[in-house]
Design a protein around this ligand. Structure first.
Ligand SMILES: [Zn+2]
Length: 360
């Protein structure tokens, strides 16, 4: 009888003991996660975008996106979603909704530029921001003006002044979280254009673009060249030119995705080193981790979709942000569900025991 009881106890304890010696999810960290990218060919259908010398922005954007998508689809770890694959009109809110629904890792919108001066040339990539100079404002007006072609646009975009980026400020702080990643991708795109296409690098710029504002993930809007510049227009019209542009963007996305895999691995490593062996005790404190970012944000509720009791911890170059502070796991579980519903899809519960944090 006694032996039997010992045996049962041993069987119950064994998984806990053996689990404690293995770094958490060691197999998972080596497994590369699927990277979902949304490719958005600007304009379409009744909205040609910029139209110069029989060249429509919508056609070039679609061709570049198709070439780019085909190359990305050859990678098993990359999933490609298109906002359009034909010549159809899609609202800016719908484009963002497609990306949000797919819970994409990145949103890439492809466009062509235009200017009054035919000498204007080069490439620029936009990330979401509030600060516009006069030159950016022209791009903002042009790219946002598509909204006016949408049905019920006045109802859909209540409170948004298409020409005033500061009216897009709602939730902008939350999107700050994505800004570093957006800039990282933007810089890679710009460098590749400069290196591969020998183009003037007009830089990564911040602007209040609606399509970026509405998608909840890192995002860039790429102006692949000026249709008003004869040389660049001819290049963008040619199949060889479209291929080169697609390749430059492809290299940037691939580079970004590979960097992200390395970063994820590092974050998981930090997590696993903090595992405590003791089982959960009564003094345990539970919180919900909502994000880890290289951006330092004020740990205030308004920066995090109004989630309660925000706290911040620095670990290496990463800031971790938490919501809640409970002695009950049940409460933390409830708050985790709220955080997920508010868009923090990878939120998870952490427990602190004797000052050591570990992921549940
Ligand atoms: Zn455009």
């Amino acid at each position: 009888m006694k032996t039997k009881i010992y045996l049962i106890i041993a069987l119950l304890i064994l998984p806990i003991l053996s689990g404690a010696n293995i770094p958490i999810d060691s197999t998972k960290t080596n497994q590369k996660k699927v990277f979902t990218v949304v490719l958005d060919a600007g304009h379409g259908g009744k909205d040609p975008g910029k139209y110069v010398a029989k060249t429509a922005e919508k056609d070039i954007a679609l061709k570049v996106v198709q070439l780019l998508g085909k190359k990305l689809e050859s990678h098993p770890n990359i999933k490609v979603i298109y906002t359009r694959t034909t010549d159809v009109f899609i609202g800016l809110d719908q484009r963002a909704a497609i990306a949000n629904k797919a819970k994409a890792d990145f949103f890439v919108s492809v466009h062509c530029n235009a200017a009054a001066a035919t000498s204007a040339k080069g490439n620029e990539t936009f990330v979401l921001g509030l600060h516009n100079n006069a030159a950016n404002l022209e791009v903002v007006k042009r790219e946002n003006s598509v909204i006016e072609l949408e049905e019920n646009y006045q109802e859909k975009y209540t409170g948004f002044d298409l020409n005033d980026p500061s009216s897009f400020a709602t939730n902008l702080m939350v999107q700050e979280e994505y800004l570093d990643n957006s800039i990282e991708m933007g810089a890679m795109v710009q460098t590749n254009f400069q290196k591969d296409l020998k183009r003037k690098n007009r830089g990564v710029k911040q602007a209040g673009l609606a399509v970026l504002r509405l998608s909840y993930m890192p995002s860039v809007l790429i102006e692949t060249g000026f249709l008003t510049n004869k040389e660049e227009r001819n290049f963008l019209r040619s199949e060889a030119g479209q291929k080169k542009v697609a390749e430059s963007i492809y290299d940037a996305i691939l580079g970004y995705q590979q960097n992200r895999d390395i970063n994820l691995f590092e974050v998981e490593e930090i997590n696993s080193s903090a595992i405590a062996i003791e089982p959960v005790n009564e003094k345990a404190i539970y919180k919900v981790q909502i994000s880890a970012s290289s951006n330092k944000l004020e740990p205030q509720s308004y920066n995090f979709h109004k989630l309660p009791e925000i706290s911040r911890e620095k670990e290496g170059n990463i800031y971790r942000y938490f919501t809640g502070n409970f002695s009950s796991l049940k409460e933390a579980t409830k708050l985790k569900a709220t955080a997920v519903a508010k868009g923090y899809k990878s939120a998870f519960i952490v427990v602190y025991e004797d000052g050591v944090r570990r992921r549940l």
